[in-house]
Design a binder for this molecule. Structure first.
Ligand code: ADP
Length: 476
């Protein structure tokens, strides 16, 4: 099927619509005005005939029963010029004055010219001369009759037809001007709508080809094209596409980083283990306990990573089911910190739990995971001799956990991203102890699944404080 551009379709349809509307308006107004005018002329003609009869009737002299024939003659000739042929009778039907008798040629000329003009201009009327009789009663008494013949249903002279023609010309001119302006408006409107839509199409096409950098003219989602779009829906459309491109770009970057991070995480332990194994198998190296231990530690790292990935998969599962019970955050924190006793000792760190007992309704295993990850990070990113402090607060509606350390801290520019999957600051990458950047993603996902909120405050070189607010639920 042949497809046309939005601009063309809009412009053509708009022009067509306007054409129909203006033609309709012109035709209807033309018909209406003509009809009104004809009715007016007809009415005028009737009134004029009445007034002629009235005037003639007043020419009867009551005192002697005679007629002012001179006057009647003047009026008769005057009426003839207007297309009225009059005949005056006395009450016994004797003709007193007859236009036809008086000037037959003129009468015929008048009648002919009216008939020719009307048949030419209004043939559909099928008009002809009719005679109307008036009883003349200047007082109570009947003094005569007047026959007035005129072209029925009405007749118009040259001036009237000129007037109607001029009116039509004005209507056509106004219609044409409106049509041209409407077409110009239509094209402008079509451009206004089509431009952003075509840009959206162009951008989405580029996105579908994998070019996520494709943006709208002059750039980002709050600038450039979107800025001067006044139509709400179009603004939202371009904005949504911009946002989609942005998030796809981020997803793409994340996916690439994920692959490189996973490869990186796997490469070192696998390379270490395989070189040890190879050398031991070749008899180049003795399989000593330390070497076996070293291999075992690398394998532990590997299984740790797999375990973390598996946990992430579980908590990111849309159908994550929380096994909620009553959990005392203070008690749980003490237990978690207790689990890290040997690591704390190893790094000469001081661990402390303080605050109120806060009982919330939550999935204990998952909250334990949250605390474990946060404390483990605090240990990982603390220097020897540091301090790790877990503080629990109990408020009316929620339990609050703060995990504080005075370790290496997080650079300001990384704060917004550390909860992203596989995101690690440069400093932690340089650390041997660093994980794969999954721990905090798991933490955030679990906290959000509980309807809670996590935030972080940190200063590079001074330490970090993670705060989690978990709602208590009605079931308590
Ligand atoms: P990792 O397994 O690398 O620790 P996380 O998701 O737990 O991954 O943390 C992401 C990144 O956030 C870490 O790599 C580290 O750069 C930073 N980070 C997390 N906790 C702390 C902390 N307590 N002190 C300093 N940096 C931290």
């Amino acid at each position: 099927m042949r497809r046309y551009s939005l601009r063309r379709v809009l412009a053509v349809r708009f022009a067509l619509l306007v054409l129909i509307a203006i033609s309709l308006i012109s035709v209807v107004s033309n018909i209406m005005i003509s009809r009104e005018f004809e009715e007016y002329v007809e009415e005028q003609q009737r009134l004029e005939a009445d007034s002629i009869a009235q005037n003639i009737s007043s020419q009867y002299r009551l005192e002697d029963g005679g007629w002012n024939i001179d006057y009647v003659h003047g009026m008769g000739m005057y009426a003839l010029e207007d297309g009225f042929i009059i005949k005056l009778y006395d009450k016994d039907e004797n003709i007193l004055w007859d236009a036809e008798n008086h000037d037959m040629t003129l009468c015929h000329e008048v009648m002919q010219s009216i008939t020719i003009l009307m048949e030419k201009e209004r043939a559909e009327l099928d008009g002809n001369f009719v005679t109307q009789r008036y009883d003349l009663k200047p007082s109570e008494e009947l003094v005569g009759y007047l026959d007035i013949s005129y072209y029925s249903p009405y007749y118009m002279d040259e001036h009237d037809f000129h007037f109607i023609a001029a009116l039509n010309r004005i209507l056509i001119a106004v219609g044409s001007i409106s049509l041209v302006s409407a077409i110009i408006m239509g094209v402008l409107l079509a451009n206004h709508i089509a431009r952003p839509v075509s840009e959206v199409v162009e951008v989405t096409q580029k996105i579908s080809e994998g070019d996520y950098t494709a943006g709208f003219r002059d750039g980002g989602c709050d600038e450039g094209l979107t800025k001067d779009i006044r139509t709400k829906e179009l603004y939202e459309l371009t904005n949504a596409v911009s946002q989609m491109a942005k998030s796809l770009k981020e997803q793409e970057a994340l996916r690439k980083r994920l692959t490189s991070d996973v490869t990186h995480e796997l490469r070192t332990p696998v390379a270490n283990i395989s070189s040890y194994m190879e050398m031991m198998a070749d008899g180049v190296m003795e399989p000593t306990t330390e070497r076996m231990q070293s291999c075992y530690e690398e394998l532990q790292r590997l299984s740790g990573l797999i375990c973390n990935l598996e946990r992430l998969r579980q908590v990111e599962d849309e159908n994550l089911v929380l096994d909620k019970t009553e959990v005392d955050l203070l008690e749980l924190s003490q237990n978690v910190l207790g689990n890290f006793e040997s690591q704390l000792l190893e790094k000469h760190l001081k661990g402390q739990v303080s605050g109120d007992a806060a009982v919330i309704f939550a999935d204990k295993g998952r909250i334990q995971q949250v605390l474990t990850n946060l404390v483990s990070n605090a240990i990982k990113y603390s220097n020897d001799g540091g301090m790790i402090h877990v503080v629990i607060e109990d408020t009316k509606n929620s339990g609050i956990i703060h995990v504080e350390d005075n370790g290496i801290g997080i650079p300001q520019e990384d704060l917004g991203r550390i909860f992203e999957r596989f995101y690690r600051t440069d400093k932690s990458r340089n650390r041997k102890t660093g994980g794969a950047g999954i721990g905090l993603t798991i933490v955030r996902t679990i906290v959000q699944a509980h309807g809670g909120n996590i935030s972080v405050e940190s200063k590079e070189g001074k330490g970090s404080c993670f705060t989690i607010i978990l709602p208590k639920t009605d079931s308590l």
